[in-house]
Design a binder for this molecule. Structure first.
Ligand code: UDP
Length: 387
């Protein structure tokens, strides 16, 4: 057997597991990646303007997880970066998450009264989910909650997910709180930074171990077979461990039905001006077809005569249809969560098969959570190998 581990996918999850198995078990690892580059959806590159662009949408690193921060810091240096988002609401740019400044901009007449009510009820500095705010008994707070819900969440969510917010798991909306202060950073984590040199270079550094080989432009699905009796997943007849980070319904040939994902189309524009918009990202909860616009110049502070922005147009994922065939987000509703459970249980039959990452776990992992999940999966494999 030439390889001890086969890993499908060279994104954050696959890279971290490859590095751990290579360095901790001295495993020979082969990564099979269907794209022509590493780094998965974190992939970034230098645009002709010199500005680093995130090909598959903006990736902003933030974490409270000390071990993830320590681990990634073995492979990169960081440049501090606090992400700022504005929402284009009633022809004004308001801070997102909706905070006291957003309140002053959108409801100036009732600002003083509502501010006092919010502080008295939730405490200054608190971060309240819109779901919790909508349950407010006080009629004025309840009216405010509905105002924020309508202005900030409903339109954006329907565009992003193609379903009404009520159909989605509440965890999705809970990612973006209402903030009872003037604090206008998008995230509240202890560590907020961008890898110097970018994500592609960070992943390259993680993958630089001598035991790791990578095959690009290769679809692994037809190479994996399952032997229920032997409880093994097999890769071209070899039976080391297999770590799969792709879409789990595809791994099992859709035997329990297709899972739904949301896809995106990105429209990149270069503009001959210093800056295009007032913050890195502007969210559009209104009638525009796109959900958000991100201006990369704010992220890496490149000096350039022009600026580069990307507009995101969400759409339903359709397998095999060009332009719609990248699954970015699992659709977190009851139907899909039930189908996913069937796949997850089925996967447990194969002792040498491990699922990791946002697609294979069908979870809304941020990058740090994907790394944490990958570190845990590695520990599990190491434990099994050394038992
Ligand atoms: N959301 C919203 N309006 C906003 C920002 C977020 O309705 O201005 C909702 C929307 O459903 C979105 C979810 O909150 O998909 C999570 O937002 P986040 O910014 O975390 O999305 P991501 O960056 O992962 O696409």
């Amino acid at each position: 057997m030439k390889y001890d581990a086969i890993i499908v996918g060279a994104g954050f999850s696959g890279a971290v597991i490859a590095e751990r198995l290579a360095s901790q078990l001295d495993y020979k690892v082969l990564i099979i990646e269907k794209r022509n580059h590493i780094a998965g959806n974190c992939y970034d590159y230098a645009h002709t303007s010199g500005i680093r662009v995130h090909k598959y949408g903006p990736h902003l690193f933030h974490t409270n997880n000390e071990s993830v921060w320590k681990y990634l810091s073995l492979f990169t240096e960081w440049s501090p970066y606090r992400h700022k988002v504005r929402g284009y609401v009633d022809e004004k740019y308001i801070p997102i998450p909706f905070n006291l400044k957003s309140l002053a901009l959108t409801l100036p007449d009732s600002y003083q009264n509502l501010k006092r009510l919010l502080i008295d009820t939730y405490g200054y500095g608190s971060r309240v989910s819109i779901c919790e705010l909508l349950e407010a008994k006080n009629p004025e707070l309840n009216k405010l909650a509905n105002f924020v819900y309508e202005k900030v969440f409903v339109g954006y969510t329907v565009k992003q997910w193609g379903v009404a917010p009520e159909q989605l798991s509440q965890e999705v909306l809970k990612r973006v709180p209402v903030v009872i202060s003037e604090e206008d950073g998008y995230f509240a984590d202890k560590y907020q930074a961008m890898p110097i040199g970018g994500y592609s270079s960070l992943i390259e550094s993680i993958l630089s171990h001598k035991n790791i080989e990578i095959e690009l432009d290769q679809d692994a699905h037809s190479l994996i077979e399952f032997d229920v009796k032997a409880r093994k997943a097999k890769f071209s007849q070899k039976a080391g461990v297999i770590i799969y980070t792709g879409a789990v319904d595809e791994l099992f040939s859709f035997k329990f039905g297709e899972l739904d994902y949301r896809s995106l189309t990105f429209k990149l524009e270069e503009h001959s001006q210093e800056f295009y918009q007032p913050a890195t990202t502007v969210n559009y909860p209104g009638n525009e077809k796109h959900t958000r616009t991100t201006e990369f110049k704010y992220i890496d502070n490149t000096s350039s005569d022009s600026t580069v922005i990307v507009k995101e147009f969400p759409q339903q994922y359709k397998r095999g249809v060009e332009g719609r065939d990248i699954p970015y987000y699992p659709l977190f509703d009851k139907k899909n969560e039930a189908i996913y459970l069937d796949y997850a249980n089925h996967a447990k039959q194969f002792d040498n098969l491990f699922l990791a990452g946002r697609l294979a776990k069908f979870k809304y992992f941020n990058m740090d959570e994907a790394v944490q999940n990958a570190l845990e999966t590695s520990e599990q494999i190491i434990k099994q190998a050394t038992a």
